[in-house]
Design a protein. Sequence first.
Length: 295
Amino acid sequence: MATTLRPTLPGLTTSLGLMLLAGAAALLLAAPMRRPAPNLPLPQTALVPPATLLHRLDGEYSRAGRPVDAPRVTVRITQPLEIMRYQVSAADYARCIAAGACKRLDSPAPRGDLPVTGVSHADASDYANWLSRETGAVWRLPTDIEWAQAAGSRFIDDARGLDADAYNPARRWLADYEREANRKAASDPAPRPVGSFGANEHGVHDIAGNVWEWTQTCLRRVSLDAAGRTIGETSNCGIYVVEGQHRAPMTFFIRNPKAGGCSVATPPDNLGFRLVRERSWRDRLPAGLNRLLPA
């Protein structure tokens, strides 16, 4: 006996919708992307996969008026991260200066293969804006959590572990002094050529080397009560988190003494940056289609 299949209206609607969506996606992906042809070498990037991190939050925390370590929490990152494999080099930054989009540095690096250092937060942002215009992609500084995602096993948890004895400030002061003394004794202050500190498991080079890196995360100050509940939080975007051998707050620095106030100064010699490339809708479309189409 022959069997006649009678598709239902909802089933037909769903099938037609998926077919139209797939067809539209194929046309969009096949269409040429109208981006300006860059006149500079494109940065090498690494694609860091989504991850679940046990991450110590950024910021300065106090409990009942006394400083304590920031809490460590589980952070689930659902999107891959595209980040520069290397820090922006002196040669890279020189191209931005030549284009008139970046300011000249007070102490430029003697070699082009060294990381650019002595850059302010505004300098790094100017470079990101220029690179975005030149390449047609969106480049920006990473957040604190994104930097930790890219750092992987090389992210250093710099908690002091003295919360249980927070009422004895002498122990905390001694721990601070010992930590800083050990870092200075082991420091290698002269910037070394990009790639000198090797790659981590994600193919990102020089993480936690001897050049710190700007992020776009503003300094937070968080107050906790005796039970550990948040009772107040302020954010200061005149100070940003920098990452490297440890995490630290850093004033953004501007060179105009009329507008700079206490932030007028030359940025430290060992402070540079690398950038994240924002993934476009074209990058995310295949994964979205895979979730919609039946297995």
